[in-house]
Structure formats: C-alpha cells, structure tokens
Design a protein around this ligand. Structure first.
Ligand code: FAD
Length: 308
C-alpha cells in the first residue's frame, strides 16, 4: 500500500473551486475551509436572484456534514507563506491564526466597480447595483416600473438583461456595451440573442462606453462591465500575478512563487473566469496535493473547451 502523509490543508474560499477541492481532499487530509459566509453562493444563479427568484440556499453546515471538513466562518485577512500561516477575521471580531502544510487559494473574483459608484442610499443618486448586490435590485424593481440600464455586454450582462426584462415587464431595459454585443459568441448565437432581446423589448446600445455610472440616464443601473480577481492577499504575500492580477501558476496549478500553495478558480491565471473552469481547476489542485502527499509527481492540468 502507498504511504500517505496526512497533512493540514487550509482552503481559502468556499465557492465552486474551493468546495470542489475541499471535498476531494477531505477523505485523506485534515481540511479547514475559510469563508465568511454561512452558505455556498451559486454565483451562476445571481441573475435569477436579481430577478427576484428565490435561489437555492445551501448551508455549508449541510454541504460539509459527515466530511470532517471544519468550516471557519471568517475572512482571510493576511497570508504568511514563509510561516505557513493565515490570519482569519471572524464575524465576532476575533482574529484566528491558522497554520497549514499546504494551502488552496480559491478566493474567486467580484465585479470591478468604478470608484464613482455612489454608496447605497446616497440621496438623489441613481442606485447602482452589481451581481453581488442582486437581492437589493430585486427589491428595488419589484412592483414598480422604470428604466433600467445594464452596463456590460459580456455574458453576465446579457443574462442579467434578459432575466430582468422577462421578470419585470413594467421596466424598460437597455443594455449598454462599449464594444459589440457578445463578441465571443458565433454569429448564429448573436442572431438568436438579438431576436430574444427584441421579443423581451430590450434595446442594445453598442459602442457605448460608460466611465461614470452616475451619468447614465436611468432609474437604476446594473453594473456588469468587468470582473476582478480577489488576489489582494496573494499580492501582499508576494505571490507573482499576471497582468490581469491573477496568480501565476505552474502546470500543476502551484503558485510559481510558493509551490506549497495551489490555486484554483477565478483567482488563478491561465483559463477563463467561469464556473466551468473553477470546478476542474479545484479538482486538479486537490489532485496535485493528493499525489504529492503520497510521494507521486503532480500531473499537468489540461483543459479543452468543447463548445465556444
Ligand atoms: C451573474 C453571474 C452569472 C454567471 N454565469 C456563469 C455561467 O453561466 N457559467 C459559468 O461558467 N460561469 C458563470 N459565471 C462566473 C462564475 O460564477 C465564476 O467564474 C465562479 O463563481 C468562480 O468560482 P470560484 O470558486 O473561483 O470563485 P467564487 O464563486 O467567487 O467563490 C469565491 C469564494 O471566496 C469567498 N471569499 C472571498 N474573499 C474571501 C476572503 N478574504 N476570505 C475567505 N473567503 C473569501 C467568497 O465568499 C466565495 O464564497 C457567472 C458569474 C456571475 C456573477
């Protein structure tokens, strides 16, 4: 039988990548999952939350039951790779110091918001929402009519505009995009999109660059222009990042700076930011740790997109 060294593994982030990695590692290692939320957030369903549909709530307590994974409800605040420690701020104001042998960095990404976005509740300002504040948008639109501008013609903006127009027929929905609509899609897919938007009454304004959401003529704005990786902690800890701010990794998904740290999901460099890549990178990052713990060489990560 192959000898297997049981190690302490801390997984930062309980999104698609982190949960996939944690569940794969748990049968063999002591796994601690750090995430400030009490439940797993299905980001790919946030457009439905914005449209007021109740999302499925999956508490970590249930998701992790029987796995042996310890969930620390807190925010990773500082990473010390040289000392093998991560500082976590818990909701009750405590600061926990967690030691690790190996670490999975899976803190994901969030909407990149311009500094000019007014704070929620600013008097006289047009309310500006993002995918992260989708529930607030649902409340703001419910039972009313008005004009909504969705800024961002990527897949998230498109999903948001379609879902919101369908859920709130009393609202006039415009999609503003700096370039063309859905440039990554094929021409037939774009034709289908335009036909759907026509049916739903969504107007599309291409070539519309918006720097300041306060200047958009609308009753509410949904900002969906770009995502930014959650890699501030990695940068402060000296991990090498690429030009998009994502963590540089080797073929086996280890940080090129600190190979004891593996990276998965939107925080890592070399693949698209998507749920569809977060789960396989989470699984592969875990496999790298599993193989190395039993003295085997890690394997290179390979991903092929079957549909584009
Ligand atoms: C509206 C919308 C629709 C989408 N639709 C699709 C789709 O149809 N298909 C697709 O493939 N992709 C889609 N995506 C993209 C997809 O959701 C992301 O690429 C995916 O969630 C990335 O997974 P992740 O595990 O890397 O990060 P995330 O899912 O972002 O998870 C990161 C986790 O880290 C936690 N965290 C953050 N900071 C800290 C910290 N300091 N300490 C501890 N924990 C922390 C967060 O609470 C979160 O649970 C969509 C995104 C949005 C916003």
């Amino acid at each position: 039988m192959t000898a297997h060294t049981r190690t302490d593994i801390v997984v930062l982030g309980g999104g698609y990548a982190g949960i996939t990695a944690a569940l794969r590692l748990a049968p063999r290692h002591r796994v601690t999952l750090v995430d400030p939320r009490e439940h797993f957030v299905e980001r790919v369903r946030l457009h439905q939350v914005a449209a007021g549909q109740a999302g499925t709530v999956r508490p970590y307590r249930k998701l992790l039951a029987g796995t042996g994974i310890r969930h620390v409800t807190g925010r990773a605040a500082e990473l010390d790779p040289a000392g093998g420690r991560v500082a976590v701020e818990t909701g009750d104001g405590q600061r926990l110091d967690l030691g690790y042998d190996r670490l999975v960095y899976a803190l994901g990404s969030r909407t990149r918001v311009p500094a000019l976005i007014p704070a929620a509740g600013d008097a006289g300002a047009t309310p500006v929402y993002t995918a992260e504040t989708a529930a607030g948008l649902a409340t703001g639109m419910a039972g009313r009519s008005g004009r909504l501008a969705v800024v961002g013609g990527g897949l998230t903006g498109i999903e948001m505009a379609a879902e919101l127009a369908e859920a709130h027929p009393g609202w006039q929905v415009r999609l503003l995009t700096a370039g063309g609509l859905a440039p990554t899609l094929s021409e037939p897919a774009r034709r289908h999109l335009r036909a759907t938007f026509d049916r739903l009454g969504v107007t599309v304004e291409e070539g519309a660059t918006v720097d300041d959401p306060r200047q958009v003529d609308a009753d509410a704005v949904l900002w969906s222009a770009a995502m930014t990786p959650a890699t501030e902690l990695a940068a402060e800890a000296g991990l090498a990042l690429d030009e998009q701010g994502r963590i540089r990794v080797d073929a086996a998904l280890r940080s090129v700076t600190r190979p004891e740290i593996v990276v998965a999901g939107d925080a890592g460099a070399g693949w698209r930011m998507a749920c569809a890549t977060a789960m396989p990178t989470g699984a592969h990052a875990a496999d790298t740790l599993l193989r190395e713990a039993r003295g085997a060489a890690a394997r290179p990560f390979r991903l092929r997109y079957v549909l584009v």
